[in-house]
Design a protein around this ligand. Structure first.
Ligand code: MLT
Length: 409
C-alpha cells in the first residue's frame, strides 16, 4: 500500500498565498463588477526591462538556428551569467564571491525550500516570527518538526520579531544549527545593520551553525549604510549561504531566474564532527535534481547588469519605492503604526485587531487585497502587510478607498 508522507498532515491549512487567492476569487465571484486592487502577494506589475526583452529575443533567435542552437546547458548556470553576477553583485561592492560559487536557479523560493535537504534530520532550526512561510513549511514537510501547538510547530525555535526589537531578532540563548534570516525582511520590511548581522555571524561561528540568508529584496536598499549581502560581514563566507532573485529586482516573477551563493569556505559537519564542504553537496544536489534555467532567460538575466538594464531596473524599483512612501504616508495619517517601505517594498502595519478581520474589511469594504500578518506567524497577529508592487494610479486609488473605510474608525 502506497502511503503518503505523514508530515504533510501537520501543515496548517493551505499555503498562505493560496488561501488569499481563494478569498479573492470568492469576492470577485460575488462582486463581478468590482475593480479589485491587489496589494497582497509581492508580484511585480511593470514589464520586463527593455534590455532584458531585447536579450531574450536575440537568444530565442539563436535557439531557432542550428548553428547557434543550445541544448542542455550547465545545471549551475552559464558562465556568462555566473560571471556577470560575481562581478556586478559582489566584486563591484568589494565582496569576494567567485563565479563558480554562484548557482543559477528558477527561484529563491525553490532554493530556500530545497536547501534544507542538505542538513541532518535532527538539525535544530531557528526561524523568525513573522516569517516567509516557505522556510517553515518545507521543514515540516521534511519531518523536522512535531505538531502545531498554540500556532507554533514543536521542535522549531522561533525568533520573535516585534516592535520591541524593531523587528530584528537577536540570537537565541540556546544553541541552534540552522538559522533562516531575511533582510530587507519579508514580511515586515525591516532592515538589519552590519552590527546586527555581525551578531548572527559571530553566533554561527561560536555554535558551528549555518545561516540561510534570503536577500531577495536587496535591490530596494537605498540607504548606503545598510548591508545588501551577508558577505559584507567578515567571516560570513564560512557560515552563510545567500539567496538572491531576479524576481523583484528586475520583474522576473513570471520569467523565473534566481541564484544561490554557496561559498567554498562554507561548512557543515558529519556525525563525527568532520567539516564537509557545502559547495560540493549543493553542486551534487543541483546537478542531480535540476537541469538549469533556459538559455533565453539566462541571457535576459545577464542583461540586467548592462548599463541600460541597470538604469531601467532602478527607474522601476524607484517607482515601487515611491508607492511604498505613499502607502507609509497615507496609512500613518490614518493613525496606524507601521514599519518598512523605506528600503523595502513591504509595509507592515499594526492593525490593533485580528489580522484576518482587518484583511476581510479591506477586501469587502475597499476592494483592496493585502496580506494578513497572522499568516506569517503568531507574532504577525494584529498586523497586515501591504505590498508596494503595483502601478502608482492603483496604489493612489487603494489609499483613497482605505482612507474612506478606515478614516472614521
Ligand atoms: C510574497 O508576497 O511574500 C512573495 O511574493 C512570495 C514569494 O516571493 O514567493
Amino acid at each position: 500500500m502506497i502511503r503518503v508522507n505523514p508530515h504533510y498532515s501537520k501543515l496548517q491549512a493551505s499555503y498562505l498565498f493560496s488561501a488569499i487567492a481563494k478569498r479573492m476569487a470568492e469576492f470577485q465571484a460575488s462582486h463581478p463588477d468590482s475593480d479589485l486592487i491587489k496589494l497582497g502577494i509581492g508580484d511585480v506589475t511593470h514589464a520586463l526591462p527593455a534590455a532584458c526583452t531585447e536579450a531574450m529575443h536575440k537568444a530565442v533567435d539563436e535557439m531557432g538556428c542550428d548553428a547557434t542552437f543550445r541544448g542542455y546547458g550547465p545545471e549551475q548556470g552559464y558562465d556568462f551569467l555566473r560571471e556577470a553576477i560575481a562581478l556586478n553583485d559582489f566584486a563591484a561592492r568589494g565582496i569576494a564571491v567567485q563565479a563558480d560559487e554562484v548557482f543559477v536557479s528558477d527561484g529563491a523560493k525553490c532554493d530556500t525550500a530545497n536547501i534544507q535537504e542538505l542538513f541532518a534530520q535532527d538539525a535544530r532550526i531557528a526561524v523568525p516570527d513573522p516569517v516567509y512561510p516557505v522556510y517553515v513549511d518545507t521543514n515540516v514537510m521534511a519531518g523536522r518538526t512535531g505538531e502545531v501547538q498554540d500556532e507554533r510547530y514543536d521542535g522549531l525555535v522561533y525568533l520573535d520579531s516585534t516592535e520591541d526589537n524593531h523587528y530584528v531578532p537577536t540570537p537565541p540563548a540556546q544553541p541552534v544549527d540552522l538559522i533562516y534570516l531575511c533582510f530587507p525582511n519579508n514580511p515586515t520590511g525591516a532592515t538589519a545593520t552590519h552590527a546586527q548581522l555581525k551578531t548572527w555571524v559571530d553566533y554561527a561561528h561560536e555554535h558551528q551553525a549555518l545561516i540561510l540568508f534570503d536577500a531577495a529584496y536587496e535591490a530596494f536598499v537605498r540607504d548606503d549604510s545598510l548591508p545588501r549581502s551577508i558577505y559584507e560581514i567578515e567571516g560570513a563566507d564560512e557560515v552563510a549561504i545567500e539567496f538572491r532573485s531576479f524576481s523583484k529586482t528586475a520583474g522576473f516573477t513570471g520569467t523565473r531566474c534566481a541564484y544561490t551563493v554557496v561559498p567554498k569556505a562554507c561548512r557543515a559537519y558529519d556525525a563525527e564532527g568532520n567539516p564537509q564542504e557545502l559547495h560540493a553537496l549543493w553542486n551534487r544536489r543541483h546537478t542531480t535534481k535540476f537541469n538549469g534555467v533556459s538559455y533565453p532567460v539566462q541571457r535576459a538575466a545577464e542583461a540586467v547588469f548592462s548599463a541600460a538594464g541597470q538604469a531601467q531596473i532602478t527607474t522601476v524599483n524607484d517607482g515601487y519605492l515611491g508607492n511604498a512612501a505613499l502607502i507609509r504616508e497615507k496609512i500613518s495619517a490614518l493613525g496606524y503604526a507601521l514599519v518598512g517601505g523605506e528600503n523595502s517594498p513591504y509595509i507592515w502595519i499594526k492593525t490593533g485587531i485580528d489580522s484576518w478581520d482587518f484583511f476581510d474589511r479591506l477586501l469587502n469594504d475597499a476592494a483592496v487585497v493585502t496580506t494578513p500578518g497572522a499568516g506569517f506567524g503568531s507574532c504577525g497577529q494584529g498586523y497586515i502587510r501591504i505590498s508596494a508592487f503595483n502601478d502608482r494610479s492603483k496604489v493612489e486609488e487603494a489609499m483613497q478607498r482605505i482612507a474612506a473605510v478606515l478614516g472614521n474608525r
